[in-house]
Design a protein around this ligand. Sequence first.
Ligand code: UD1
Length: 451
Amino acid sequence: MSKNSGVNRIEGGATGIKPAGQQADDDGKNDLMNTKITITGGKPLQGKITVSSAKNAVLPILIGSLLAEGQSTIIDVPRLADVDTTCSLLQHLGCTVWWENRNIVVQTGNPVTPEAPDEFVRRMRASFLIIGPLVARYGRARIALPGGCAIGSRPVNLHLKGLEALGASVRLDHGTVDVWCDRLRGARVYLDFPSVGATEQLMMAATLASGQTIIENVAEEPEIVDLANYLNSMGARIKGAGTPVIKVEGTDSLRGATYAPIPDRIEAGSYMAAAAVCGGDLTMDNVIADHLKPVIAKLKETGAEVTELENSIRVQATGRLKAVDVKTLPYPGFPTDMQAQMMALLAVTQGTGVVTETVFENRFMHVEELKRMGARIKVESRTAIIEGVPKLAGAPVKATDLRAGAALIIAALAAEQATEISCVHHIDRGYDNIVGKLQGVGAAISRSVAE
Ligand code: UD1
């Protein structure tokens, strides 16, 4: 495939999702609305799963490539719909983007269109991160504001306040935001909440600002550290990523770099929860156990045996596990992105577990679907009380968002009879070959397109 043909998805391994802006094939074959995942539960999981690179590191890293002159290569990128969307977005902005085996190459330097149609933000909220790099390098960005989504209203006030503090002008007009500036200037910014996206946005913007930027109360997620490492390998001067205060010494230009992102802690955690639910003996390869501390601690508390090995984690479980309480928090607390999967596990543990969601205001969409499978869950505001049942029952259910979809797969692996999951395009956003990976360790799972 030639590099000029745009974003080339890998033959046979692609998600089937068209880049943003294109419709599904007329013959309906690739129409993801008709795609279903069918699972017959009750089989223990046995063997090894290799975890892919972290979606939430890869997306900002790809977008961060906008800051550099020349060519950047991102190593071993997972095949995800969100990656397709990001590549289409970069192309739309004027970059040349292509796959080289499992790597993605981004080349800047063509004329830039510093604005993106709203379909990108609608499809993937992380598209909003283009503002910082575009304003820092080209002086202007225009993109739709992300609206409400399945997991709450998710405002962007911290992104915009921070950019204003760096000297940018911001204008909101009919749901679109315009941001512009001659050159950003370093400043001190305090985030009211340690937002992952706002931290990434401002860290990227500050790399090309004049002088020093100090961002306080930032997110400390491993994906922030990864983005900082990538930007530093392009010549940026960022210190403190992974702590509550990040300091950036602005520089005049950055150069392209080659970078391998960290493994996906949420993908690993999802398979760990699946192993706990199904019983068996499953090893997740290519993991950084340190990034999974709260998940490991909670799984151990349920009675699962979790062993940390070099670059891998082994989960062994037999019989019914014990209920635990979970409270989501910014890193290093229990990740909100593992909340739904943990709830699927608690649906079948012995006793009553309480899940408190403190990061997002409305992230319990999976509850109604789990209840269709026989789960006993009561939601009161940001708390869910889960009374474990001995067995879930297969049912037709719908993935309402990415992690809700993963939770349904986990619940289905534990259920009697078959479960049919629809709206799997949500799952394709963040899990590379989830069906193949689970088939490889003994799950009865398949993917089909309805005629
Ligand atoms: C990122 C992750 C997402 C994860 C989330 C929290 C990516 C691509 N996505 O999303 O998977 O669930 O972190 O770990 O990395 N907030 C504001 N104002 C803002 C920004 C955020 O009030 O300007 C609030 C949000 O509404 C939410 C909380 O902060 O309640 C956390 O959001 P944030 O950390 O920004 O999440 P994302 O970066 O969108």
